[in-house]
Design a protein around this ligand. Structure first.
Ligand code: NOJ
Length: 822
């Protein structure tokens, strides 16, 4: 059953990459063949990733945020700041897609007042580069260390918890033997706050913005554009410093000039800032500081790019920011907040790549998904996505272990988008006040029950199920009633074969084409429903509605039978039934024969007959797996089901069409763990660790960040196998976290306690986990005495034998020592 192109020992992209070392490949790796280690290193103690060069294959991003004020910042200082919403309150301009790449950003320029030469601590965008340079992303901050002509600059950018501002903390030191006269500039380009309106109406609306200089040495940008969605909530933007100013500009034309760029600003080359303000035009904020540094002397300049409701608030915020100790205490609080958040889990594993990901970067990425949904990244322009019901429901899963209140807040926000009949809005815009996207998908409304179950398992407290929440179309119901309405909605939307109707699509956005006439059914949604029904049985009991159990069980059983009969193709499970009654995901067809999700969720839902579950996952291994992850479908689609109207427009091997879709890979890991095949589960897990995949594919092929998951990697049918896309904001983050911690390491909250049931590679000798659970730290040591993948033989807690593998809560205890023997 192996597909042709998997016959060779390594994936085709890798061969191509190796060939690249000798001759030029056809696919764009021509410019650079450096090794990943020349570009970055991890510093796990500091929870940082450090960069050695500014000229990466793409900007490698970080998100700095206090939950209200946000900045996406690259390793080279490019990025965009926004207040609450990048759609309507974008503060700085970032030119997505355009060359030069990664512009603009919150830049600092250091100029030698005598020679006129200037450079940037961020390396970009000035043309003269630092002689020594490195940068690093940490938890909520990004720092740069640079040196040129005896001047060393250390800059830390972060958003602290006390004001809504990006703090630029710059320390300059003269390491030479002569005094240095310097001109230092801080610069940010403001854009129209509504990026889409800017594209359409900039010629008029640009004359409705202003930048004014206020006596307290503060530039204030006002976005006064007509028809903006929430003028009364639109903040003023300020740029100020704790160091006296020697000049300023508010007009981009004066500071940068025409036919110039951030690489060679006119003001810097012509003697300094011009003192411009702006009553219409292209706004910016530029501050100038003249200073002399004696040999050995250091000076710190803090710059604050922030938002405030009105002029008085601006004054208050700037005065507060200038207080002695404000910057230091803000940074300390940021560090402490992250230490406390990540303190919920710490593991020591034989695999350091996995250990780093699980302890640090994966929960950090998942937290950013939770905050930003799929809104704004280097790949996503932050113009429309809002909050996706489906996506955010899944993001909650990886926040529950760290902060149950935050998780419940989001659950409440989502359930407010549910209609009385149980269906939900597909996307919505809590900050923007825009109308939601109301298309009805077969899966959206079902996801929230998974988050609710996890919340209940984490806290053991069912009270939240009784909380009354409004429906989007009026009246209210308890959380449990909302969850039940979702089930009832699906029950009322079954197709001719008894599976849930596909409606607009299911998890796979591309399936709309095979169900336009409204008859298509999703076999995968039947499996998702099954997974949810198992949770609903627990939730019903916890909410005091055991009378609903029989209904859930009957539905489950009916769907289970269908999945194993109509849904079974012989070697794998079918994916859907199209409008015309034909199966999608069947050996009958030449294209899209097998779909990953139908194989994994057959096991996740517990629905697959045992032999079928295993057989289906064997088919995944044989037909879909590559050394760089598991493809979503095989073979890719070019003309199916109709050459004139194929299922997707994605090129083969890309996106939804035969790429390695990382989000869907997470469920293969979970399925293999549930089947007890720890070696295979771990293969699937490790091969998608971003730094591991990058090492294999080559840095200039993989391109995206090696510390966060990407949405997908181009598959073997693409000419760029291994190219990672849409990094940072992807459901991969939450589900990889669940797969790694709850299924591979097997530490999973359940209704009556903490279940310990690892499924690891047989050659692991063991591992340790410290996990906060219901107020107690479980200090767990797992020893794999019998060299097995799975099977707990014995557990002791503080030396006492425990029956079974679910540990009870220990109220009143701060920690317990747990020894597990496999
Ligand atoms: C990305 C979307 O954000 C998500 O909602 C969807 O499930 C996946 N693509 C797969 O189509």
């Amino acid at each position: 059953m192996k597909a042709e192109h998997f016959k060779h020992a390594e994936p085709s992209g890798q061969q191509e990459h190796k060939e690249a070392a000798g001759g030029l490949p056809s696919s764009g790796l021509r410019t650079n063949r450096a090794e990943p280690k020349d570009y970055y290193t991890f510093s796990d103690e500091e929870k940082e990733v450090e960069f050695k060069r500014h000229d990466m294959p793409t900007p490698w991003m970080n998100y700095l945020s206090n939950g209200t004020f946000h900045t996406m910042l690259s390793h080279a200082g490019g990025g965009v700041a926004f207040y609450k919403s990048p759609q309507i309150w974008r503060i700085t301009r970032y030119r997505f897609f355009h060359l030069p790449m990664d512009r603009s950003g919150p830049y600092i320029y250091v100029q030698d007042a005598k020679t006129g030469g200037y450079w940037c601590p961020t390396s970009e965008p000035a043309l003269d580069k630092p002689e020594e340079w490195k940068s690093a992303h940490g938890m909520g901050y990004t720092r740069f260390e640079a040196k040129r002509a005896d001047i060393a600059a250390r800059t830390v950018y972060f958003v602290g918890p006390y004001e809504n501002s990006l703090i630029w903390n710059l320390t300059l030191s003269n390491q030479g033997s002569a005094a240095k006269e310097l001109k230092v500039y801080a610069y940010a380009e403001f854009g129209m706050m509504e990026f889409m309106r800017e594209l359409q109406w900039q010629c008029y609306n640009k004359h409705q913005v202003s930048v004014q200089y206020h006596p307290a040495e503060t530039l204030v940008y006002r976005y006064g554009v007509e028809n903006q969605p929430k003028p009364e909530e639109t903040p003023l933007v300020y740029l100020a410093s704790d160091t006296p100013l020697s000049g300023y500009d508010g007009d981009r034309e004066e500071f940068i000039g025409c036919y110039r760029s951030e690489s060679n600003p006119a003001a810097i080359e012509n003697g300094g800032c011009t003192g411009s303000t702006l009553m219409g035009g292209d706004p910016c904020g530029a501050l100038q500081f003249n200073l002399t540094l004696q040999p050995g002397e250091s000076r710190t300049i803090n710059v604050f790019l922030g938002t405030a409701a009105d002029e008085q608030e601006v004054e208050r915020a700037v005065a507060h920011s200038r207080e002695a100790g404000f910057v230091e205490s803000s940074f300390l609080a940021l560090k402490e907040n992250w230490a406390s958040y990540l303190g919920a889990w710490e593991s020591r594993l034989p695999d350091k790549d996995a250990e780093r990901m699980i302890n640090i970067w994966n929960p950090y990425q998942a937290h950013r998904n939770f905050l930003f949904s799929r809104n704004i990244s280097f790949y996503a322009t932050g113009t429309f996505r809002g909050v996706g019901y489906r996506d955010t429901s899944q993001d909650i899963l990886a926040v529950v272990p760290f902060d149950t209140e935050l998780a419940f807040d989001k659950l409440r926000l989502l359930l407010g988008q549910q209609y009385k009949d149980g269906h939900v809005n597909h996307y919505f815009f809590p900050n923007e006040g825009w109308e939601p996207v109301t298309s009805i998908h077969s899966d959206d409304h079902l996801w929230t029950a998974l988050a609710a179950w996890d919340l209940l398992a984490e806290t053991g407290d069912a009270a939240f199920l009784e909380a009354k929440l409004p429906y989007y179309d009026g009246s209210e119901g308890t959380v449990y009633e909302h969850l039940k309405a979702a089930i009832d909605f699906t029950a009322s939307k079954l197709g001719p074969n008894g599976f849930p109707l596909m409606l607009r699509s299911d998890w796979n956005d591309q399936l709309f084409r095979v169900c336009r006439e409204g008859r298509g059914e999703s076999i995968w949604t039947a499996m998702q429903l099954g997974t949810v029904l198992l949770r609903m049985i627990d939730l019903a009991a916890a909410a005091g509605h055991p009378e609903h159990t029989a209904q859930y069980e009957a539905m489950y059983e009916a769907q289970r039978k269908r999945v194993n009969s109509i849904g079974w193709d012989g070697q794998w499970f079918r994916r859907a039934i199209m409008d015309d009654g034909r199966f999608l995901g069947s050996d009958e067809h030449d294209e899209a024969k097998i779909w990953l999700n139908a194989q994994t969720w057959a096991t996740l839902s517990g629905m697959a007959d045992e032999d079928k579950g295993l057989r289906a996952m064997d088919s995944v291994r044989d037909m879909l797996d590559t050394e760089l992850g598991i493809k979503k479908i095989h073979p890719s689609i070019t003309s199916f089901p109709d050459p004139a109207d194929p299922l997707t427009n994605y090129n083969k091997g890309t996106g939804e069409n035969g790429a390695v879709f990382c989000h869907a890979n997470t469920w293969a890991i979970i399925a293999e763990c549930m089947l007890g095949r720890g070696d295979l589960a771990y293969k699937y897990y490790r091969q998608l660790l971003p730094n591991v995949a990058m090492d294999k594919a080559g840095l200039w092929r993989y391109k995206a960040e090696p510390y966060v998951y990407a949405s997908n990697l181009f598959g073997p049918e693409s000419d760029k196998f291994g190219l990672a896309n849409v990094s940072w904001l992807t459901g991969t983050a939450a589900w990889m976290y669940v797969a790694a911690t709850q299924y591979i390491l097997g530490v999973k909250p359940v209704m009556n306690g903490l279940s310990i049931d690892p499924c690891i590679p047989a050659d692991w000798e063991g591992f340790t986990v410290k996990r906060r659970f219901r107020g107690c730290v479980y200090d767990i040591t797992v020893t794999n005495v019998s060299k097995v993948c799975k099977g707990v033989k014995q557990i002791t807690v503080d030396g006492e034998r425990v029956e079974g593998n679910v540990l009870p809560p220990y109220p009143g205890r701060s920690s317990v020592k747990v020894e597990v023997i496999l």
